[in-house]
Design a protein around this ligand. Structure first.
Ligand SMILES: Nc1ncnc2c1ncn2[C@@H]1O[C@H](COP(=O)(O)OP(=O)(O)O)[C@@H](O)[C@H]1O
Ligand SMILES: [Mg+2]
Ligand SMILES: [Zn+2]
Length: 249
């Protein structure tokens, strides 16, 4: 680890003297703790757009948002004594990613938890590109932290086309983390209930609104329910809401 030259407490060594009752000892300096947390946060892959997301700037514009926020912060309070993850569901722009990022950021700041953010499509893309020998990163280099980290945030599940490979990759990651009892947080725009079917004039039916089960398969859906508590957010798109509020002023 690099030296921290500016620290007046330890002179950059990372260790400082402490007085014990009958002798002197050394202890880790707090500057090292801070730089460890800073490194954790930098390595967590939180996209720049969500760098500032915190519980403190998550507005509870309606009772449902306030309930979602309470559930999310209870999760942090109870961590690591939780044996479940979170499945955060809701339509586009209601703050799912904001809330999920607030959780991992607080876990890193408060407990030094090893957390990783991955947009699910981005993860698939990186795994796919690792099959290309020119890229240099091996599949294992990408997948290992995803399997091993203490808390994985998989953002926007279901947005990609659900091919067999996508489903297998998802099942592999989720089953591995489930077996190792590691915590997984997932957000998705897809509805969790029954899919809506529309009758066509010839009597046949088509799916008019796809559900999570259709995107990831019924087996993985039930696995997610075993692993996760569900937070359902029902609110208006925050960005639209804010624009309207500004307009009305
Ligand atoms: N309740 C909220 N309070 C403050 N900002 C919010 C809230 N909900 C959403 N936002 C902001 O609106 C934008 C869209 O939210 P996002 O979390 O990306 O929505 P989703 O993941 O549900 O599509 C982000 O910039 C986010 O910080
Ligand atoms: Mg999102
Ligand atoms: Zn120091």
């Amino acid at each position: 680890m690099e030296a921290v030259p500016e620290c007046p407490e330890c002179g950059g060594s990372g260790w400082k003297r402490v007085d014990l009752t009958d002798s002197q000892g050394v202890a880790r300096c707090s500057c090292r703790e801070q730089s460890r947390v800073q490194q954790l946060i930098e390595a967590a892959r939180i996209p720049p757009r969500y760098q500032e997301c915190l519980f403190e700037n998550f507005d509870s514009l309606n009772p449902n948002l306030s309930k979602a926020k309470t559930m999310a912060s209870c999760f942090v309070e109870e961590y690591p004594a939780v044996d479940f993850g979170l499945l955060i569901l809701g339509t586009c722009g209601v703050g799912k990613t904001h809330l999920a990022v607030s959780i991992i950021r607080t876990l890193m700041l408060r407990y030094g938890t090893w957390c990783i953010f991955y947009d699910f499509r981005e993860l698939l893309k990186q795994i796919q590109s690792s099959f290309n020998p020119v890229v240099g990163a091996t599949e294992w280099q990408i997948i290992e932290p995803v399997l091993q980290c203490e808390v994985l945030l998989l953002d926007d599940l279901g947005a990609e086309r659900p091919t067999d490979w996508v489903r297998d990759t998802f099942a592999y990651i989720i089953n591995h983390r489930y077996n190792q009892k590691r915590t997984t947080l997932i957000t998705s725009n897809f509805k969790d209930g029954e899919s809506k079917r529309r009758k066509l004039s010839d009597g046949s039916t088509v799916v008019s609104e796809e559900t999570l089960a259709e995107r990831i398969g019924e087996r993985m859906r039930s696995r997610l329910h075993e692993m996760c508590k569900v937070i359902r957010i029902s609110a208006n798109d925050y960005r639209v809401e804010i624009k309207q509020a500004q307009h009305e002023q």
